[in-house]
Design a protein around this ligand. Structure first.
Ligand SMILES: *[C@@H]1O[C@H](CO)[C@@H](O)[C@H](O)[C@H]1NC(C)=O
Length: 243
């Protein structure tokens, strides 16, 4: 009985993905569609579970849910590199959904500065720059996906923590920078540098904090280096620190 169960589980975990594989895998040389990428991610779940229950986990040191999530995300991320723009748009929309969890006021910005676009979102109400702080947030997403408001709820939590614990009012500017591969390096970096210069011009460099996660962490450091090397006047009164 046990071996029958194990055999059917094995069939489910291996044969099903293979037969469905032809439906969810793009033909040679074709980019996978959004639904193909998602189906593949979904199919990785029974496979991961089977390996766990069969006693052959890929990462025995991880909790089961960690391995399941990791495998699914890995499939999406691997395919996203070469994926059809529609899959990336879909990931971006999913991330944008998170912005609905944001308790702060959101204002979209689209303006022009130094012969280029400045696009993004203000999170929170205007502040008094003589004592409050402005944070610039650069989102992650491997440079190819993601949305400026994807961490909006976490940023709103941070703002309320600063308000409660430190009596500090803050406002965050989340930059909408162009994504690769349609707009390859250095388009994204140029856009982040332009956005920070636009803010420094508007409010002064005194109380500005740059934050970013993942690819956004890279853009944060690269932006600071660019400002230091090419726009020294922009940071004369700026103290650099990393956290
Ligand atoms: C940012 O990432 C690129 C690509 O991986 C790398 O070449 C560059 O050195 C990174 N910059 C910083 C400041 O980490």
């Amino acid at each position: 009985m046990a071996s029958l169960l194990s055999a059917s589980l094995s069939l489910l975990a291996n044969a099903v993905p293979q037969s469905v594989g032809s439906l969810v895998t793009p033909a040679e040389g074709r980019q996978p569609s959004a639904s193909q990428v998602l189906s593949q991610a979904a199919l990785s779940v029974p496979k991961t579970l089977y390996n766990r229950f069969a006693g052959t986990p890929e990462h025995p040191e991880w909790a089961m849910y960690e391995e399941v999530i990791f495998n699914a995300v890995r499939i999406v991320a691997t395919h996203a590199e070469s994926a059809h723009p529609s899959s990336r748009t879909m990931v971006t929309r999913l991330m944008n959904l998170q912005s609905r969890l944001c308790s702060e006021k959101i204002t979209q910005v689209s303006t022009y500065y130094d012969e280029g676009d400045v696009k993004g979102y203000w999170i929170g109400k205007p502040v008094d720059m003589s004592k409050d702080i402005v944070m610039v947030y650069l989102h992650g997403g491997s440079f190819i996906t993601g949305h400026p408001l994807q961490a909006c709820h976490a940023l709103a939590d941070l703002m309320s923590l600063l308000r409660k614990e430190k009596k500090l009012e803050s406002r965050i500017y989340a930059v909408e920078y162009p994504l690769a591969p349609e707009q390859p390096y250095p388009a994204g970096l140029n856009s982040c540098v332009r956005a920070v210069r636009w803010i420094i011009d508007a409010v002064g460099a005194k109380n500005i904090v740059l934050v970013g996660d993942s690819a956004g962490g890279n853009l944060t450091l690269a932006t600071l280096l660019r400002l230091r090397d090419h726009f020294p006047h922009a940071h004369t009164s700026t103290k650099f620190s990393a956290a």
